[in-house]
Design a protein around this ligand. Sequence first.
Ligand code: CTP
Length: 450
Amino acid sequence: MKKPLSAAGIISYPARTVSQDENIGEVDRILKTYGHPGIRELLKIIFAVTRHMKASTYLVGGIVRDGLLNIQNYDIDIVVDGDGIKFGEKLAQRLGARLDIHEKFMTAVLILENGQHIDIATSRVEHYRKPAELPGVESGSIKQDLARRDFTINSLALSLTGKNFGEMLDFFGGREDLKNRKIRVLHKMSFIEDPTRIFRAVRFEKRLGFKMDKQTEAMARHAIDMEIVSKLTGARIRDELIYILNEDRPFNAIKRLYDLGALSKIGITQVISKEFVEDMRKAISSYSKLKPYQDRESVKWRLLLIMMLRDNNAAAIESWCLKMKIRRKDIAVITGSIKKMPEAGRELKKKIKEDSRLYDIVRRYSPELQVICHSRGGDHAKNIRRYFTKLVNIGLEISGEDLKELGYRPSPLFKEVLGEVLRQKIDGKISGREKELATAIKLISQLSKN
Ligand code: CTP
């Protein structure tokens, strides 16, 4: 048994045997770690189903790691030492939840009414339990399951099974590495077998404030130099990149990937200098500040990707995005923003007198480009701020419906006319429904004469 940890914030789970009754109290004690009452309730039910089925189940992966670090995590990952699908079916029944079964991999995903997922995997398909089986044999296959995982800190398992409830399985020194803030692979071939783990290592480093140990970093560098990362499919690179870019402070992870040489291997040629990191940091700060005011949602990963791709030509950006299997809709935002970037830089660098002109300009840009302009500071930021504090919510009291009711036939003219009425309203030239309507009628008659 590993020594319990004493470091602040890290909770130890000494392996121990308790009676069934004691277990209930134990459930509560242990589940307190997993903070959220909803999660505690779920784990209690999982425990009850485990007991009822006489199965062996384990809580594994991120939730165990984060529980030990006192970080909330709502992703429940269960490994069943037995038939995971059967267990999933029973649990789904008990929870009244939907179950998606993947026979081939012996896994199932349980989807609760609130959208929460519980992943259930099988660590061993055939399970021969002999009456005289020695204790410890039971954990043989869970050990194999854990041995296939990425890092020691993700290879911990918390037993949810009967008398072993609450026992922490730590075959690879995961708790020690949590204490020492180390990211360590379990075997030499880890990055070669699954190069996405290089991105995961960096993500955990920066999210948790950990560091790869020397050997692990050397293995990561070796795998990158051997062009292993380039062999990943675009979709897998895209997923890992998006996970990283959506982290709270992704700029350090991007810098780290650049320093490791991984970015160029996936076709991102941007030099991630200190200045560029600072630009990304400012953009994320602007993103958070503007988010509550933006009428169209800006997407963090798209914002940062726009910044990283901005020095490439349009054709190269599009072909990179296609290779990464980025959706058409996102590609359009990325390429559109980069195309308009120089114009936005020119337009917003000066003071713009008329409100309606500022409105027209800023409205043309994607939410991400608005954020980038704000992050440039100076007049750029002032203009964007003015747009969001004063102009973005101005709307007309009339619509095309009102014009139809007056007997006008719908045509593209409506859009033009209503746009002009809005401009006059923004500039304070008119106010109130009556004035809007009168202005619209006047404009229709003027414009239809032309
Ligand atoms: N895993 C792995 N190799 C990978 C991906 C995942 O070994 N390439 C294992 C790890 O044990 C991980 C678990 O599968 O803990 C669950 O994966 P995932 O949900 O992607 O990661 P989490 O560790 O839960 O991380 P996060 O907090 O970012 O969700």
